[in-house]
Design a protein around this ligand. Structure first.
Ligand SMILES: CC(C)(COP(=O)(O)OP(=O)(O)OC[C@H]1O[C@@H](n2cnc3c(N)ncnc32)[C@H](O)[C@@H]1OP(=O)(O)O)[C@@H](O)C(=O)NCCC(=O)NCCS
Length: 192
């Protein structure tokens, strides 16, 4: 099977937004009250062009398969707007080379308000404070312009393309890799 190639068109990255221009979000562990919201959220991406997977249940993996986790994204008033997840990915045979790879879904009713940018930045900073990892990464289909914008607005930098990395809906897809490093967080925290 030939991988679907990443978009060849030259695309200019958008600038990161300062944290005080991002909407405030809170990340909290899911609890028993979130079942209906999470079911609705998952149903909203079941047929999504970029985030819908049709593998049988036994071939679907969750964060628990990789030493990761998940959180509800909510506004300060407690309105649930989406969820984030994270897993560990190795970049060498040693513990210090473990990075975090994150994922996100924002409920369709709440998109386009920079909530994904804010939540992904908050999650990266939270993972830096809770672990000694140097790198938080995210990968998305080259065509997923909303997610690419959201990552860039949230202070992630494009690293490159992982060819034929993602099996989705009967095809291999090229994925664009983004990262935020601990030094990016530190630089943002202490502007000149
Ligand atoms: C991707 C997703 C998380 C973005 O959430 P969001 O809260 O709407 O994102 P943000 O508001 O932070 O940023 C979206 C940016 O993309 C832009 N955008 C949205 N749709 C777009 C489109 N179709 N084409 C180009 N740009 C688009 C917005 O204008 C905004 O950019 P801006 O800052 O330049 O205005 C959300 O659309 C979603 O949950 N999609 C389904 C799941 C998914 O794809 N998850 C990622 C899988 S890797």
């Amino acid at each position: 099977m030939v991988a679907r190639q990443a978009a060849k068109a030259v695309r200019t990255a958008v600038a990161a937004l300062p944290v005080d221009e991002l909407p405030e979000v809170r990340l909290r562990p899911p609890d028993g009250s979130d079942g209906e919201f999470l079911a609705e959220l998952h149903a909203s991406v079941a047929d999504d062009e970029w985030d819908g997977y049709d593998d049988p249940p036994e071939d679907q993996l969750d964060g628990a398969s990789f030493g990761g986790g998940a959180a509800i994204v909510e506004r300060p008033d407690g309105t649930r707007v989406g969820s984030v997840s994270w897993i560990q990915v190795p970049h060498g045979p040693n513990r210090r080379s473990l990075a975090w790879c994150i994922g996100i879904t924002i409920h369709p009713l709440h998109r386009g308000q920079h909530l994904a940018a804010s939540a992904q930045r908050a999650l990266a900073d939270d993972l830096f404070s809770r672990s000694d990892a140097n790198r938080v990464e995210a990968e998305t289909d080259a065509g997923n312009l909303a997610e690419r914008h959201a990552l860039e607005r949230g202070g992630f930098t494009e690293d490159g393309v992982a060819r034929g990395a993602n099996w989705r809906r009967g095809e291999w897809h090229d994925m664009v890799i983004y990262s935020r490093l601990r030094s990016d967080r530190d630089a943002d925290a202490s502007p000149e």
